[in-house]
Design a protein around this ligand. Sequence first.
Ligand SMILES: NC(=O)c1ccc[n+]([C@@H]2O[C@H](COP(=O)([O-])OP(=O)(O)OC[C@H]3O[C@@H](n4cnc5c(N)ncnc54)[C@H](OP(=O)(O)O)[C@@H]3O)[C@@H](O)[C@H]2O)c1
Length: 363
Amino acid sequence: MSLAPYQPHCYFPLSFDYPSSQCSTLSGRPAVSAMSLWYLFSALVGGPGSVLISVLLLILSVRLWHKSRLWDLQCCSTDLTGKVAVVTGANSGIGKVVSQELARRGARVILACRSRERGQQALAEIQAASKDACILLGEVDLSSMASIRTFARWLLQEYPEIHLLVNNAAVCGFPKTLTPEGLEFTFATNYVGPFLLTNLLQGSLQRAESARVVNVTSFMQDCGYIDEEHLTGAGGPLTFNQNYYCSKLLLTSFTGELARRLQGTGVTVNCVEPGIVYTGIMKHFSWLYRFLFKLSSFFLKDPKQGAIPVLYLSLAKELNGVSGKYFNSSCVITLPPKAAQDPVVAQSLWNASVRLTNLDKTD
Ligand SMILES: NC(=O)c1ccc[n+]([C@@H]2O[C@H](COP(=O)([O-])OP(=O)(O)OC[C@H]3O[C@@H](n4cnc5c(N)ncnc54)[C@H](OP(=O)(O)O)[C@@H]3O)[C@@H](O)[C@H]2O)c1
């Protein structure tokens, strides 16, 4: 049998019409493997398949690149037995992976979710993955200050010590909408909610002696600006989705201010951006955006990879005592946007947030 010479633009033949005597193995089955592989290879390299090969290689390189820039979770020996962790938005995406890893390391994890049904499903999945996981569901709607207060009261009563709070929940893709409490919905969920919850839990965090607060922000904060009036739906103009960008910028500014205020208490506060991760974060966008997001998903991090920077801030021993920092998706301390570096702006935002949440009056 002689192999056909390499033809740069020949296509992979779908059927083989060689005489069976020529193309059969000892077992009598057609010996298509070597031939077909050869044809497939020549067709792919030389024909339009080269586009496919290039795309596959590109995907592979991007994935390897993501992997090479990730902190090695397996090398971290932090044991969380006896510790209590609260993760908001724990029923999907990054929050679910983070919760699972914390539970795997022995922590008692409270999944803070707004939907009992989705929360219970996540809880069942995490429990199925690690049988000894000690996880509980806590219901909280972070866009509602009343709901946060009820949740925080329950937590403080049940858990006098909280060692880790991950402010992960967020929404994006919503137009300007006011909540019944008079807050702008996206700002309420992404900024006011974490602000209020963290402050209400301060007693339990400080009692833990050594505790961490991890705020999940976004690189898109670079496209935001700080205007306190946005919190109530007023303020400067916002382009499409800029309420999300601005709310994340406020969260970063809050991180710095809270860290300054908690100096010497044993509670550290840092924020991190996970990179571009293929999760349900775009679920409120139009089908076109969701379609494009899905199309690009091959090049994006998956939730497990997206959770690594958040886990780094939650677990890494070398971060003991490190506070008020912004970490990029490669777990490197980076300067946040200028507006979030300004302590005067941060203090003013803090005061406005205290007024809006009545933090000074009731708690
Ligand atoms: N994915 C990315 O590319 C990316 C990039 C930069 C930053 N981030 C940040 O990463 C974090 C996690 O997002 P993700 O990508 O994992 O998206 P996700 O899967 O959509 O997770 C967001 C979580 O927040 C919860 N949530 C939303 N509104 C809530 C509310 N009012 N009360 C309580 N929980 C609420 C969601 O619950 P429901 O299921 O009930 O909606 C969901 O569990 C977010 O802070 C996001 O801004 C993500």
